[in-house]
Write a new protein. Sequence first.
Length: 435
Amino acid sequence: MIPRYSRPEMRAIWEPETRFRIWFEIEAHAATAMAELGIVPREAAKVIWDKGSKAKFDVARIDEIEAVTKHDVIAFLTHLAEHVGPDARFVHQGMTSSDVLDTCLNVQLVRASDILLADMDRVLAALKKRALEHKSTITIGRSHGIHAEPTTFGVKLAIAYAEFARGRERLVAARKEIATCALSGAVGTFANIDPSIEAYVAKSMGLTPEPVSTQVIPRDRHAMYFATLAVIASSIERLATEIRHLQRTEVLEAEEYFSPGQKGSSAMPHKRNPVLTENLTGLARMVRSFATPALENVALWHERDISHSSVERFIGPDATITLDFALNRLAGVVEKLVVYPENMRKNLDKLGGLHNSQRVLLALTQAGASREDAYALVQRNAMKTWETGADFLASLKADKDVTALLKAADLEAMFDDAYHLKHVDTIFKRVFGAA
């Protein structure tokens, strides 16, 4: 966790104090369930709750105990006993360490998901607002980085909105998949702990019982979770890269907000660099990097090993904290994005009307030319514009082979840019609904 790229609410989920508090709640809920079954005295279960709830778990003390025991859960239970007293002997009855560790991790990932979903809602709200604002702001579309045909800046943002909406749906599904609890004991057979205890703890912690576990919750769930975060990160990078390209000096159709007093370069006072979106590109790479070890964690030995443990101590906090920061940074970029419609129009006109080439091609085929002949006629006039800057429409009007099939007035009508935008409303209805 790097403080520069973390926000307090998400960071708090992964603090040791939070982890130990969740461990306690799992153990205390289990004790309550065991008391209902007569395994633990009711008074003991009450003492565990009362004294444990008031306890301030001392991270340094737990670390001190772990230095001797070389076992984090035993160190915690030893420290808990220091607060609870003799009734602590009823804690952890029939349970194994993974019951606590895995259930806790899933609680943390669920809580992280809720923050990330709120983050995505902010991104979606910003994209929708700006998309509607620029629904009719015409701009050139590019394929391979080269001018293609017109679109609108609003459509660009609507595409991003739809992508993040899909990402949100995936995260909802990933949250559901990760929200399981396992209190099944050694090798997952419930030999020393009744399944009803797992069900009670799951309900109390906002989870569902894991249908079948070994000694650990199956890691395909976690693999899907982190893969989902990676896909969302890729969506962040896609939009960030688009903005970076649009901010290039030669393009300058949009740029990040440059605040009063901000400096772009230590050497060149004129610079206004796309530092936020460049930063988002880097953060997205980090979040994606956590997906591979999560996938590799799926293949554990037999009923349990701990090769996944060290991995998850990294990727659990780092992936969620980084994505939380990135989503909020992206929302801020979109909310304050400076858009230059005049530059969009200027860039659109740079190639002298070449963006209408397909329309002329189709008209020639409708007028009787073969597609091959029509393509050759349009291309030879387009290349004049490309190479000499000649006006494309004027070249077409001067080409006798073209005018033999199309009248000058027909050609002129094909250079109406509104033609390219006639279905923008349809696109917006598909993305945002009738409203």
